[in-house]
Each structure stands twice: as structure tokens, then as C-alpha cells.
Write a protein that binds this ligand. Structure first.
Ligand SMILES: N[C@@H](CCC(=O)N[C@@H](CS)C(=O)NCC(=O)O)C(=O)O
Length: 214
């Protein structure tokens, strides 16, 4: 049964799924859907909230990145991406929850989008969004530092938490102020140094738009 991924090239959530596919060495058809443009007809039948990613595997259609990552890890062979032990698994889920609830908006939609993506795309950006994002990011990085220091996740063997978080940190760290903020957190910075060098990260790097008008 073939795998298909509906996703937007620049989406951090889609990149998390692509990372899992790469780490598990799975082949997957990629269908481009830009959720920030008018959606293709029928797309809301696949994802009622109009977001990306959506994974198709045979008759199974799945949205929500955490569910997709779990499915890929549990359904397919390859290196296991979930740690042993209740505490480490709970930490993995905790990091993914932090990424969704507290990190995505400031790190990606405020700092990356307004300091990096929009300027590259030739779109208007708002420095106040960057400033507000940096304020909110401080608490997120502080919380992640505590967890990386503890070492149950974000240190060593790659888990779904690493794959979920890494695209957000990758986006954030493209802004000079984002990179400087990560560097001020030694355990998180050490994790990021290891993570960013992985082959799967190079394979899934979306690059930047060049003066493209969306
Ligand atoms: N909870 C969703 C979030 C996915 C998400 O927000 N994706 C972004 C792209 S990175 C999106 O589709 N945004 C469209 C929008 O905000 O309208 C998941 O985990 O998959």
C-alpha cells in the first residue's frame, strides 16, 4: 500500500512528517497543498480544519501531525522513534505538546514568518510580531532547556519529539535573534547541534522562497 502526503513545502508540520519518513526510510508520494491559498476542491473532506499535513495510507486518511508520526513509527519497520519507559514516553509527548501549544505560534508564525520568510518572499512583515514572538519564545526555550538538561528526551536517540520540534527550531534559528536565543540555552543548543546535522534534516530542508508573491 502506497503512502501519500498532502502538504505545503514550507510547513514545519509537514517537515516533521517528512523527517519521520526519512528516518524510517519510507517512500511517499508528496502532493502540494498550500493551506494559505484557496484550498483544492474537496480538501476539507480530507482535513476539516483546512490545514496540512494529511497522510493517506491505502484507505486510511490521517490528519494531526502527532497522530501521523505515531502511525508511521508503529506501523512500519525501521528504527524505533519512541523511547522505552513510561517517563521517557511521557516526556516525548510533553515536548510535542509544548511544540504545538506554545512554540509554533511565536517561533514560526511570528519570528520566522516575519523576520525570515516574508522578507525572502518579498512580502510585508511586521517587526512588532518578531518582538512579541521573541518575548513568548523565551519561556518556551526555558522550558525545553529544563527537559533537554534532564535528558529523557532531546538528548541522544532520536524520538518523535525531536522530529516534531526540530523543524520549528530550524525555522526560528534562521532569524539572527532566534539563533542567539537558542545558543543561550546550552542543553537545547547541544541537542540542536546534533539534530541539525542529521541527513534527514538536510533531505527535508525546504529552503526559502525567492521574491515569490503568494
Ligand atoms: N494541529 C495540526 C497543525 C497543523 C498546522 O497548523 N499546519 C499549518 C502549516 S505549518 C497550516 O496548515 N496552517 C494553515 C492555517 O493556519 O490556516 C497538526 O498537528 O497537524
Amino acid at each position: 500500500m502506497a503512502l501519500s502526503l498532502y502538504g505545503y513545502h514550507y510547513s514545519v508540520y509537514v517537515r516533521a512528517v517528512r523527517l519521520a519518513l526519512a528516518e524510517k526510510e519510507l517512500r511517499c508520494e508528496q502532493i502540494e497543498v498550500d493551506p494559505f491559498s484557496p484550498l483544492p476542491e474537496g480538501y476539507l473532506d480530507l482535513h476539516p480544519f483546512g490545514r496540512v499535513p494529511v497522510l493517506r495510507h491505502g484507505r486510511l486518511m490521517l490528519y494531526e501531525t502527532q497522530a501521523i508520526l505515531r502511525y508511521l513509527d508503529e506501523r512500519f519497520p525501521g528504527p524505533p522513534l519512541q523511547p522505552d519507559g513510561a517517563a521517557a514516553r511521557a516526556r516525548m509527548m510533553q515536548v510535542m505538546g509544548i511544540a504545538d501549544a506554545y512554540a509554533y505560534r511565536p517561533l514560526v508564525r511570528q519570528v520566522y514568518s516575519h523576520a525570515v520568510f516574508r522578507p525572502a518572499a518579498g512580502e510585508a512583515s511586521d517587526p512588532r510580531e518578531v518582538a512579541m514572538g521573541m518575548v513568548a519564545a523565551a519561556r518556551v526555550l526555558g522550558a525545553l532547556e529544563v527537559l533537554a538538561e534532564e535528558g529523557l528526551v532531546l538528548s541522544g536517540a532520536v524520538t518523535l519529539a525531536d522530529l516534531h520540534l526540530a523543524p520549528m527550531i530550524a525555522a526560528f534559528a534562521q532569524a539572527a535573534e532566534g539563533a542567539a536565543a537558542v545558543a543561550r540555552h546550552p542543553a537545547l543548543a547541544a541537542w540542536w547541534q546534533g539534530m541539525r546535522g542529521r541527513e534527514s534534516m538536510a533531505e527535508t530542508d525546504p529552503g526559502l522562497p525567492e521574491g515569490r508573491l503568494r
